[in-house]
Design a protein around this ligand. Structure first.
Ligand code: SF4
Ligand code: SF4
Length: 576
């Protein structure tokens, strides 16, 4: 794909295949400066608002919590902490519906707010050039995840694997989905904070260039950032770049292509080619955590669409129910046709107004029939190829559709289904109105479920084999121990002390001198005779056969004791 220039002296940019020019509709919501949403009576804070393992609650029902207090601990490396968005009392920890395309439920911490909005003690500010590990630890503590919608834990993304040298940091302010304007407003209203965050990450990664990319349909945002850059004391290596407005230029791989001409490998990550991307809202949140000690407890949400009374952007506490946000935006129009979480291209239907805002929710979009006309029933594919032309990843959407429909999962993988970014370009241009992305999402879920089954089966097989091996090893150890014990007993058996009675046959001299000993000898003799008689009848006790020498001596010593007792009894008996 050839590069193109925007003008003399401007950085060379590249294009990506496909893509669409869409009506942006940003003016509906980006007219007013950012405002804060009022506190709700109740916060519903999901323990999983990120890619990776859910956080573990560290509070209990009945606990009073303060704003910014840790309430969920990250579980493992790919996880993120969760903090209370306001002060109040924990009233429940339970499963609740959360924003997700599947309409799933997940564990949430419910906080009854107390109107005090009292802060917990926050960590002190970091220096302007903090130690990299201290900054990473602060980002981890603050629970910062990608706020562009991916919700990937930022501390992980900012820790390149050993051997990887990151040379370019790209800050994504493209915000290419129609209607959404939360990043636009952030760039216009808080450009200094974004630059502070940019400097932190530039120094953390030691990059050669930090490129802040903004689509050219946001001239005010570009201007605000450039002005802040001029007044900033330390802007070395930071560049604000206006890129052409073309959906989906804000896709990570598409943006890298536009700015550098490089391709991220299929199913690879940008770090493999020395690039790290961060959304500009994430960068501002990192600056908040570093310089204000503030964890990620709020985010900017665009409330828009002609189905809302007053479209706008609000900074809202994480955990606010969608229903309360709708009230803040003038309520829903009776003409509402579709309510979406996210934009019109990649968003998903919102059927439950009690789901909360999470770190990944950037937009609530209420569309009227004019904005979302009924496409009518899907028709048969006419093999026009329009979907392939529009695909920004150079996939073959038509073939993917056929194989997904036939549930041929091997084939959809062969056609690189997992490179699909679900941008929706193919579905928008399809003259047959086939909901192509829904087929791809379905096929991805099927593939993931099958992979999961395979992993579980493999895990079970490995566990079984490990168990068998362990039992075999224990059996071998048991046998070896038994053998050793027998050998040890034989070796350790002490020789009889000098002068000790000879078991079974007392010394004749001793017997002659001592009547007691004579009685013992007589008793032993009787016992031996009795044993011989039993043996002659085949009644000899079997449990004394094959005894070890030491055991044999113990038995014989017992015989001696019994004989002594018998002799004592005989001696005590009156003579006839
Ligand atoms: S755009 Fe629609 S009708 Fe045309 S080839 Fe693709 S799936 Fe078939
Ligand atoms: S949704 Fe997937 S297949 Fe369709 S255009 Fe986008 S990347 Fe291509």
């Amino acid at each position: 794909m050839p590069p193109y220039r925007l003008g003399a002296g401007q950085r060379q940019l590249w294009t990506f295949p496909g893509g669409l020019h869409l009506p942006d509709e940003k003016a509906l919501s980006n007219h007013a400066p950012l405002a804060s949403a009022p506190l709700p009576r109740r916060l519903i804070i999901p323990l999983r608002q990120h890619i990776g393992a859910p956080a573990k609650p560290v509070v209990a029902v009945g606990d009073r919590v303060l704003k910014g207090q840790l309430i969920g601990e990250a579980q493992g490396r790919l996880s993120a902490t969760i903090h209370a968005s306001s002060s109040g009392t924990v009233i429940a920890i339970e499963e609740r519906p959360v924003p997700h395309a599947s309409g799933m439920s997940a564990p949430c911490i419910l906080i009854e707010t107390d109107d005090e909005d009292a802060w917990a003690e926050l960590p002190p500010p970091l220096s302007a050039r903090p130690d990299p590990e201290a900054l990473r630890e602060r980002i981890r503590w603050a629970g910062i995840v990608g706020l562009g919608g991916a919700a990937f834990p930022s501390s992980v993304k900012l820790t390149p694997a050993p051997g990887i040298r990151v040379r370019t940091l790209i800050l994504n302010g493209a915000e290419c989905e129609p209607y959404i304007s939360c990043d636009d407003r952030l760039m216009r209203d808080r450009p200094e904070r974004i630059l502070q965050g940019a400097r932190l990450l530039r120094d953390l990664l030691g990059v050669e260039a930090c490129l802040i990319a903004v689509e050219d349909n946001k001239p005010e945002a570009i201007l605000a950032l450039r002005q802040a850059l001029v007044t900033d004391g330390d802007a070395a290596g930071i560049e604000i770049i206006a890129i052409p407005t073309l959906y989906p230029s804000g896709g990570e791989k598409q943006l890298i292509r536009i700015l550098t001409g490089q391709e991220v490998p299929s199913r690879g990550i940008p770090a493999q080619i020395g690039i790290v991307c961060q959304n500009i809202a994430t960068v501002a949140a990192i600056a908040d955590a570093a310089f204000d000690g503030k964890p990620l407890i709020s985010r900017i949400v665009t409330l828009t669409g002609r189905g809302l009374g007053q479209p706008r952007n609000l900074e809202v506490p994480i955990g606010v129910p969608i229903r309360e946000l709708i009230e803040q935006a003038g309520g829903l129009s009776p003409r509402l046709r579709r309510l979406l979480i996210g934009g019109p291209m990649m968003g998903f239907a919102c059927d439950d107004l009690d789901i909360p805002v999470t770190k990944a929710v950037n937009c609530l979009l209420a569309l009227t029939p004019d904005e979302a006309p009924d496409p009518g029933p899907a028709l048969a594919c006419i093999r026009c190829g329009a979907c392939a032309e529009a695909c920004p990843v150079s996939l073959l959407p038509q073939q993917l559709y056929w194989h997904a429909r036939a549930r041929d999962l091997d084939k959809v993988r062969d056609y690189n289904l997992f490179d699909c970014i679900e941008c929706g370009c193919c579905a928008v241009v399809c003259p047959s109105h086939i909901p192509l992305v829904q087929y791809y999402r379905f096929a991805k879920n099927e593939c993931l479920a099958r992979d999961q089954e395979k992993r579980q089966a493999e895990h079970a097989r490995q566990r079984h084999e490990a168990k068998e091996a362990r039992l075999e090893r224990l059996e071998q150890e048991r046998k070896a121990n038994l053998r050793k014990k027998k050998e040890g007993l034989a070796d350790k058996a002490p020789p009889p002390p000098p002068g000790a009675p000879v078991v079974g046959a007392l010394a004749p001299a001793a017997v002659a001198e001592d009547p007691k000993k004579a009685a013992i000898a007589a008793a032993l003799k009787r016992a031996a005779e009795k044993k011989a008689a039993l043996a002659s009848q085949g009644l000899a006790p079997k449990n004394t056969e094959n005894l070890a020498p030491a055991q044999q001596r113990q038995v014989e010593a017992a015989e001696v004791r019994r004989s002594e007792l018998q002799a004592a009894e005989d001696a005590a008996r009156p003579r006839e």
